[in-house]
Design a protein around this ligand. Structure first.
Ligand SMILES: [Zn+2]
Ligand SMILES: [Zn+2]
Length: 108
């Protein structure tokens, strides 16, 4: 049987509970080490590594500034910096707002 355990986070020094349920989960997964960090720190690290992993630096096709995008840029597709992207989106929205949807022209 598992019992809740109080561990100390390596990252922030806070105590956190390694619950019986989590211990069971760890054993089921075959993990041998106890968690070193509290959930908040683990989540923060996960979020940080995800952010790092998924950002690609390229050059904006519009202004030539550095552009960071959350996907791998493809050579055949222009990539824009967030500023240009926002401007383009704005322009697009303005255009859509001004021009009503195309209707079939039945007039001669
Ligand atoms: Zn922590
Ligand atoms: Zn730009």
């Amino acid at each position: 049987m598992f019992e809740d355990k109080t561990l100390t986070c390596k990252e922030c020094g806070q105590e956190f509970v390694f619950t019986a349920g989590e211990q069971e989960f760890y054993e089921a997964k075959g993990f041998v080490n106890e968690p070193q960090r509290c959930k908040a720190c683990r989540d923060a690290r996960k979020a940080a590594s995800r952010a790092n992993r998924e950002m690609f630096v390229t050059v904006c096709a519009s202004c030539g500034a550095e552009a960071k995008v959350p996907f791998k840029p493809r050579e055949d597709r222009p990539v824009y910096c967030s500023e240009c992207f926002a401007k383009m989106k704005e322009a697009e929205e303005a255009e859509n707002a001004e021009e009503p949807a195309q209707t079939e022209n039945t007039e001669e």
